[in-house]
Design a protein around this ligand. Structure first.
Ligand SMILES: Nc1nonc1C(=O)NCc1ccc(Cl)cc1
Length: 246
């Protein structure tokens, strides 16, 4: 997968992708990233990339042409078609289903805004999809772009080692993750649940599933669509609730 980032701070997002699993995906050629700075395409002595907003009000708005030229340069750098994503609080909420869909694209172009916004005409002409990573305001789209890069990179085939890809991530099946334990068995902070030392893999898998169901019900009932649960899942959740009530 190729990801091009349009940003006044292109190195920012590249740095975020330089570590750990994502960095390894890059080293393995599973992911290539390129940064494009609109300022390199800005005209005039001051190479302006922003201007005051029509209608008045605080802050500045990013100009159309430097962004448009940077996007054109990114598109021209590789013949493969690209989906252009604009990161902003006005976008649709990013979730794992959306991440999985994005991870399937050959190319993404991530447009990172700064200041108060981007001229709406550029958004309407160039943006395929506007995405938000959450209902809060950051100082620019770069951190949101880095989140998208991380989430899609780890889904590239070969990005995760066997140990990691065995991990049933939260949200992969729409549930929260189960609790995890490692040595020592006994600690002043408590003991490891006995079932995890039983060596009975079917029982361990069942316990983990029950914990995921129970935690989702307790912490994120909005994620739990009980109707979509299997009979076995509903029984496990019932037992979890009964244990709590006891
Ligand atoms: N929340 C979010 N989810 O995605 N992006 C955000 C966010 O706050 N961006 C800040 C931002 C976005 C565009 C411009 Cl022009 C300026 C600042």
């Amino acid at each position: 997968m190729r990801i091009d980032v349009i940003s006044l701070f292109p190195e920012f997002v590249a740095q975020c992708a330089a570590f750990g699993v994502v960095g390894r995906a890059g080293e393995r050629g599973l992911l290539t990233m390129h940064g494009w700075n609109p300022r390199d395409y800005a005209e005039g002595n001051y190479r302006r990339v922003d201007e005051r907003p029509f209608g008045g009000g605080p802050g500045m708005v990013m100009l159309i042409d430097p962004l448009r030229a940077a996007i054109a340069a990114a598109r021209a750098a590789d013949p493969a078609p690209a989906r252009l994503i604009y990161l902003s609080p006005q976008g649709a909420r990013l979730d794992q289903a959306k991440v999985r869909e994005l991870a399937g694209h050959e190319r993404l172009i991530l447009l990172c805004g700064r200041y108060e916004g981007v001229d709406e005409r550029l958004i309407r002409a160039e943006v395929d999809e506007e995405l938000s990573i959450g209902d809060y305001v950051l100082s620019g789209g770069e951190l949101a772009a880095a989140v998208v890069v991380d989430a899609v990179a780890r889904l590239q085939d070969g990005a995760l080692g066997d140990a990691e890809s065995a991990v049933q991530d939260s949200f992969e099946d729409g549930l929260l993750d189960c609790p995890h334990y490692t040595r020592p068995v006994e600690h002043e902070l408590g003991s490891v649940p006995q079932v995890l030392m039983s060596g009975n893999h079917a029982r361990i898998a069942q316990w983990r599933r029950q914990q995921s169901l129970g935690r989702t019900w307790q912490r994120r009932p909005d994620l739990l669509n009980e109707a979509a649960l299997s009979k076995a899942d509903r029984k496990l959740l019932e037992a979890y609730r009964a244990e709590l009530a006891a």
